[in-house]
Design a binder for this molecule. Structure first.
Ligand code: NAD
Length: 292
């Protein structure tokens, strides 16, 4: 190379290296996120993702010990000023109203609300008690409505729009055996999101849905009665279920909490500013495949 050209290349390589060392502006800096089910697998992974992009996060959950442990882990990683927690049952209207108001006061507003708190429990229809049916509806359908209503109030008052993200389920789109209560409750979350997207559009509040396929790793759902019920339905253990879900997906890959967190990040960030009322299946291609 001629001397001047070699110098130029070296100069620009140096400049490039300097740029890479410079701190990148974080995409959620200055934003406040409330995450329900924040002590759980998907909720805590989402909190971690948002915090890594500079957001302040309020973890809301019914599980006091889980909340404490998650808050402690995230505080250690990101510092104590950016993570708070509030004990809240999403079916308790007064608790929801208080938790959202507390978040707005503590952090000065709410820009992102992730409705994620959930259970999974179901049975063949003839064994589905009214109690089991109502538990699914109360936590999943009514719970998602209550937190959204309060988030809308705060976001509308702020006048700067906002992002509401529902963690629903692929079971809200497709039927799963012996799980009518859970599937119906998840379907109602998805339709609620569509209705709210329409209502929020005028004031810049976007509402989108992330539909996970089975996330066995890190999820407490897969330690309790849901695991037993799925194991009975499919005649296999946890390992066998993991393989079954992986094998019937197009990509032959298992879905992890971090994959769901990434989708929740997409809908929270400005890169999705033209998306509302949308559904993103994070399922390794399971919903659209007919591989059973
Ligand atoms: P998880 O059990 O690890 O987390 C759920 C969290 O919700 C828990 O911390 C729990 O304490 C909390 N919660 C339950 N009832 C509550 C209530 N009444 N009020 C407040 N908090 C409550 O499970 P996860 O896998 O992280 O699930 C998160 C969401 O993802 C749920 O809505 C679930 O239905 C959905 N989902 C999970 C899977 C999966 O396979 N893990 C698949 C599809 C959808």
């Amino acid at each position: 190379l001629p001397e001047q050209e070699a110098f130029n290349i070296e100069y620009w390589l140096l400049e490039e290296a300097k740029l890479q060392r410079m701190p990148r502006p974080k995409s959620l800096a200055g934003r406040v996120a409330l995450i329900t089910g924040g002590a759980g697998g998907i909720g805590s992974a989402t909190a971690d993702r948002y915090l890594s992009e500079g957001a302040c996060v309020m973890l809301a959950d019914i599980n006091a010990d889980g909340l404490q442990a998650t808050k402690a882990a995230l505080t250690q990683k990101f510092g104590q000023d950016v993570v708070r927690s509030v004990l809240m049952d999403v079916t308790d209207e007064a608790a929801v109203v208080n938790a959202l108001a507390e978040t707005a006061v503590e952090f000065g507003g709410i820009d992102i609300m992730v409705s994620n708190a959930g259970i999974a429990s179901s049975a063949p229809v003839e064994d589905t008690t009214l109690e089991l049916w109502n538990r699914n509806m109360d936590i999943l359908s009514t719970g998602y409505f209550l937190v959204s209503r309060e988030a809308f109030k705060v976001m509308r008052t702020q006048g700067m729009g906002g992002s509401v993200v529902f963690v629903a389920s692929k079971n809200g789109l497709a039927a799963s055996p012996n799980a009518s209560a859970y599937c119906t409750a998840k379907a109602s979350e998805i339709h609620l999101a569509r209705c709210l997207a329409l209502e929020g559009a005028d004031v810049g509040i976007r509402v989108n849905v992330v539909n996970p396929d089975a996330v066995l790793q890190g999820s407490k759902i897969w330690e309790g009665e849901w695991l037993e019920q799925r194991a009975t339905t499919y005649g296999t253990d946890k390992q066998g279920l993991q393989e079954m879900y992986r094998n019937r997906s197009m990509l032959k890959r298992s879905v992890l909490p971090e994959d769901i967190a990434e989708a929740c990040y997409f809908f929270a960030a400005d890169t999705s500013s033209k998306s509302t009322g949308n559904i993103l299946n994070v399922d390794a291609g399971n919903v659209q495949a007919f591989t059973r």
